[in-house]
Design a protein around this ligand. Structure first.
Ligand SMILES: [Zn+2]
Length: 137
């Protein structure tokens, strides 16, 4: 009984820790893809595992499925430069993230996306109201 409990805890804890860690990575960017700014739905290894990239915060960024899927094993900066949503400020943020300077990375991302989220939501709401008004009229 005791032994089985120990195995169970060993099984459970790394998973829980992993989930919290992934969540914290998404929270750093407010659940947005570091590359394009869309909703982050996955964790991308900046340096792919296949090229020796580690599963540590410095090498793991929030990414949408589209970016994660197209980047695959490409070198991050050469891939990123070819994207239509390329933003040099985001490229700097990725570099800072890779260097372990998350504070700088987050500041650069905020600079790349200065729009206030609340204002953006309010704007969408008002546009919707206008739209509803037009269809009603
Ligand atoms: Zn993306």
């Amino acid at each position: 009984m005791h032994n089985r409990d120990a195995v169970f805890l060993e099984d459970l804890c790394p998973k829980l820790r992993d989930r919290c860690w992934r969540q914290s990575i998404h929270n750093f960017t407010n659940k947005k893809c570091i590359y394009c700014g869309n909703k982050s739905e996955s964790i991308d290894h900046i340096i792919p595992c296949s090229k020796g990239g580690l599963s540590i915060t410095e090498n793991c960024v929030p990414a949408c499925l589209s970016c994660n899927g197209t980047k695959t094993d490409n070198e991050v900066f050469s891939w990123y430069r070819q994207q239509i949503f390329y933003d040099p400020r985001r490229a700097m943020a990725i570099r800072a993230w890779l260097d372990g300077d998350l504070r700088l990375a987050i500041r650069l991302l905020q600079w790349a996306e200065p729009k206030n989220i609340k204002m953006e939501k309010a704007l969408h709401k008002s546009q919707k109201i206008n739209f509803d008004f037009k269809t009603a009229a």
